[in-house]
Design a protein around this ligand. Structure first.
Ligand SMILES: N[C@@H](CCC(=O)O)C(=O)O
Length: 311
């Protein structure tokens, strides 16, 4: 476990891996099912690592904002779990789905209870839970992400949210279908609107790795001492990331990288090594499963070179 207590020049390692992965630069495609995301420069690449003792290492476009998309599902889960407690698990499961993030098939068999909070159906239920008890869901969610990242420079991208809304038929089908099973309490349009906005949040690798840092430290932000989650809840969030954080490629990510993490179709990946660091990578071209092509490979090489893994 861990990086075996060794000290690494992480920036040098980042450079070496970047040089080593130039043959992958053209592999994969930028997500285009959300029209606004088509415009991203596919060549972008950034990485940032934050250690528990406040050391920072970056490379490339680490300070450029991008659409975090499904990575936001970790923040919404944390906010709901923090406030709602274990009753959340009556409405959403914790099993890997083994199917695409926007699949409808399992929901029919499983009577409207999504497999986990990171497939779209599960994140829509979590959005519904948040709407039920937050007075101003959008404002409060954004404040929470800003608190985690220790930055007030984080915002929704309205054009991305509205663009996804205009092509969001499948997510709309998921909400209505779950409502028919009684697993959505609020107005489906309100749930969808909140969900599209939270997916549209823009952050850079520096902010993302900062926001995930408390998950590497048993639920407490090591730099502010802010207790975000209890150690037990932080453990559970990490376990869900490990099992369900990479669509139907979670097994592959565990096998090759060996860290709990979460990806998004904007090309971002955030991951943590408990007791040591959090890391965020961004490269917009996606593989056929919807994960960042180069981001996955980069992290595989990184954890191999630094001998760091939870296993
Ligand atoms: N907003 C995206 C999120 C997808 C993702 O990043 O996995 C969707 O619902 O399709």
């Amino acid at each position: 476990m861990k990086a075996l207590g060794m000290t690494f020049d992480y920036r040098k390692i980042f450079r070496e891996i970047a040089d080593d992965t130039t043959d992958m630069n053209d592999l994969g495609h930028v997500a285009d099912y959300i029209p606004e995301l088509k415009h991203i420069n596919p060549e972008k690449f950034g990485v940032h690592l934050t250690t528990l003792d406040n050391h920072h290492y970056d490379f490339g476009d680490a300070s450029e904002k991008f659409s975090i998309q499904s990575i936001a599902k970790v923040f919404s889960l944390i906010l709901a779990f923090k406030n709602e407690g274990v009753s959340i698990w009556n409405r959403v499961g914790v099993e890997p789905s083994g199917s695409p993030f926007n699949s409808l098939v399992q929901l029919e068999y499983e009577k409207g209870i999504p497999r986990n909070p990171f497939i779209n159906a599960g994140a829509l239920v979590v959005s519904d839970i948040l709407i039920s008890y937050l007075e101003n869901p959008k404002e409060e969610f954004l404040s929470f992400v800003r608190l985690l990242a220790n930055s007030n420079e984080i915002n929704y991208n309205k054009s991305v949210a509205e663009s996804e809304k205009s092509t969001g038929e499948r997510n709309s089908a998921l909400v209505h279908f779950m409502k028919s099973f009684g697993n959505i309490e609020n107005d489906p349009d309100q749930v969808l609107d909140f969900y599209f906005y939270l997916c549209s949040v823009e952050m850079n690798c520096i902010e993302l790795s900062r926001a995930f840092l408390f998950l590497a430290n048993r639920g407490t932000d090591p730099l502010t001492n802010n207790k975000i989650l209890t150690p037990s809840k932080a453990k559970r969030v990490n376990a869900i990331m490990q099992m369900c954080g990479f669509y139907d490629e979670a097994g592959d990510f565990a096998f090759k990288v060996g860290l709990p993490g979460k990806s998004g179709v904007g090309g971002g990946i955030a991951a943590v090594l408990p007791g040591e660091y959090s890391i965020a990578v961004w490269s917009p071209r996606l593989n056929s499963k919807g994960n960042s092509y180069k981001g996955m490979k980069f992290l595989e090489k990184f954890t191999t070179k630094t001998n760091s893994s939870i296993f």
